[in-house]
Design a protein around this ligand. Structure first.
Ligand SMILES: [Mg+2]
Length: 533
């Protein structure tokens, strides 16, 4: 296959750089948020706006380009495409110099960026066949036709829908809903990660000679493989599926593993190798299987693990960012509910059943619970103010049976630290009770809450009350998480990691809607009287 890819805003992501530059030019306030399109319209509305926007663009595409990132997943796409024998051309409509200032060269900085990412044809990786700069859109279309491409990927609708583009060239509008991320394009053009990809990866690394490999995938956020090596212990390879909202699950997980190991936590996988460009990590393989059900002894393993993490974060004063989706006060949980609701808005427009459930059942219940929770929040703490750092713990965030493994001796290992960071232990305690895979009944829930009380109540006097009034709010969050299957972006991600037909997907959606309704009813019946005391 011959694949053409645009450069600016298709391979190179400028959102972050544009924002930093606009702030330094005093064009927006420090707390401004939004994407490049929003920024463009904001600046154009200022006096002399068009000129200021062009000046900013000139700066970003020249000097500031060195701080720009590749879109998550694009380098791995290029690497896999090359290994599968496809030829990739970068075809960019980029003038030699900036429109507003002929002293600013635009192509040389772009070439330097490509060199830095090892993407030039002559670099070690050599992932790109040729890089072509054209001065006008018309010249770009002519080049795409001349190259007789199979597919052209571009963020500009004017290119993918250009009337002069040959009809036999497939086009992908990058950024458009179905192809909003590189993993979704990877899935469409190259299909799921396969045995050949794993062999190519191991051969290029210095880990050994691969003799067999098999998928051991269970999670939706990654593709996981076990690889047997000649004369060496087997390894686990994890391919992360990053997007702009979780831009680097790999780095978080790698640092989390390093810190835990440093402070003596050993029942976690050891990272052997990690690659930024391919968004993969290689772990020592743990010969164990996923825990299927929770019981009292498993609850003890989890609470012992939390106790150790409490020490790592507290006593050793480890520096680490907040956990992904951390909630340090009641208001943070409400914000998450609202953000999850807005992520489902589009799905609601396309699905009457979902819309009916959200509008007639979930929203009225959520409003009642939020009001009640505010009234009953511990008086010494504030619903809108974060709890003190001394009360926060390091937590994997996503803890439960699905992220625990048990070997033949009954030893338990914890895996998956992509969301790791500081958070309120109340969130960890609530999520453990609510995670559908944990299937916690009232009896086990009481044991778990007892353990958490023993761990935290001495130093955090309001822990139990905060837990009782936060738990139903997290319950509403979980009702919404269960509906993620309705979101198109999540569906693309899941399709990539699992292989699910459209028909199976409809079935899954209907099951999830039922599960969400059951949980909502349980929360509604129990929110005033915490059921795990
Ligand atoms: Mg572009």
């Amino acid at each position: 296959m011959k694949i053409g890819i645009d450069l600016d805003n298709t391979i190179i992501s400028y959102d972050k750089v544009f924002k930093i530059a606009a702030k330094s030019f005093d064009l927006i306030s420090d707390d401004w948020s939004g994407n490049k399109e929003k920024l463009k319209s904001c600046i154009r509305q200022l006096p002399d706006g068009e000129k200021r926007w062009q000046k900013l663009q000139g700066y970003v595409y020249s000097e500031a380009i060195e701080n720009a990132d590749a879109f998550p997943g694009v380098i791995r796409f290029l690497w896999r495409a090359k290994n599968k024998g496809h030829h990739v051309f970068i075809i960019s409509h980029k003038t030699e110099v900036a429109h507003h200032d002929s002293k600013i060269n635009l192509r040389n900085p772009a070439l330097r960026w490509l060199k830095e990412q090892q993407l030039l044809p002559e670099s070690n990786l050599g992932l790109i066949k040729e890089i072509l700069f054209l001065s006008t859109q018309k010249e770009k279309i002519k080049k795409i036709n001349e190259l007789n491409l199979d597919v052209m990927i571009d963020d500009l609708i004017e290119i993918v829908e250009h009337p002069l583009l040959d009809n036999n060239i497939d086009t992908i509008h990058f950024g458009e809903s179905v192809y909003s991320t590189w993993p979704s394009i990877e899935n469409y053009l190259l299909k799921n990660i396969d045995v050949e990809d794993c062999y190519a990866l191991i051969r290029q690394s210095s880990l050994g000679n691969p003799v067999s490999c098999q998928t051991c995938n269970e999670g939706g956020n990654s593709s996981v493989w076990k690889i047997e090596l000649e004369n060496s212990s087997p390894v686990t390879v994890k391919y992360y599926i990053n997007d702009l909202s979780h831009a680097d699950r790999r780095v978080t997980e790698m640092h989390a593993n390093q810190i835990m190991r440093k402070y003596g936590i050993e029942n976690i996988p050891n990272v052997l190798h990690s690659n930024k460009y391919l968004e993969i990590s290689v772990f020592e393989h743990i010969n164990a299987s996923t825990v299927q059900c929770m019981n009292e002894s498993k609850v003890d393993f989890v609470s012992n693990f939390i106790e150790k993490l409490k020490d790592v974060g507290g006593e050793y004063e480890v520096d680490f960012p907040l956990a992904s989706a951390a909630c340090l006060c009641g208001d943070d949980i409400v914000k998450q509910i609202n953000s999850r609701l807005s992520n489902l808005q589009q799905a609601c427009e396309n699905n009457a059943e979902l819309s009916k459930f959200i509008n007639n059942a979930l929203l009225p219940t959520a409003d009642k619970i939020i009001e009640w929770s505010k009234l009953n929040w511990p008086s010494k703490q504030h619903f809108n103010l974060p709890i003190e750092k001394t009360y926060q713990i390091l937590t994997p965030s996503d803890i439960g049976a699905h992220n625990m493994m048990e070997d033949s001796d009954g030893s338990i290992f914890f895996i998956d630290f992509e969301y790791f960071g500081f958070d309120d232990p109340v969130k960890t305690a609530s999520d453990f009770l609510l995670h559908p895979k944990n299937k916690i009944d009232t009896k086990l829930g009481k044991i778990w809450v007892g353990r958490m009380k023993d761990l935290f109540s001495d130093t955090d006097a309001d822990f139990m009350q905060r837990l009782a009034v936060s738990w139903p709010l997290y319950g509403v969050c979980w009702c919404l998480i269960m509906l993620n299957e309705f979101r198109n972006t999540d569906w693309q991600r899941r399709k990539l990691s699992k292989e699910l037909s459209e028909e199976e997907h409809s079935k899954v959606k209907s099951e999830q809607l039922n599960k969400s309704a059951v949980l909502l009813q349980f929360i509604e019946c129990n929110y005033k009287q915490f059921p795990y005391l």
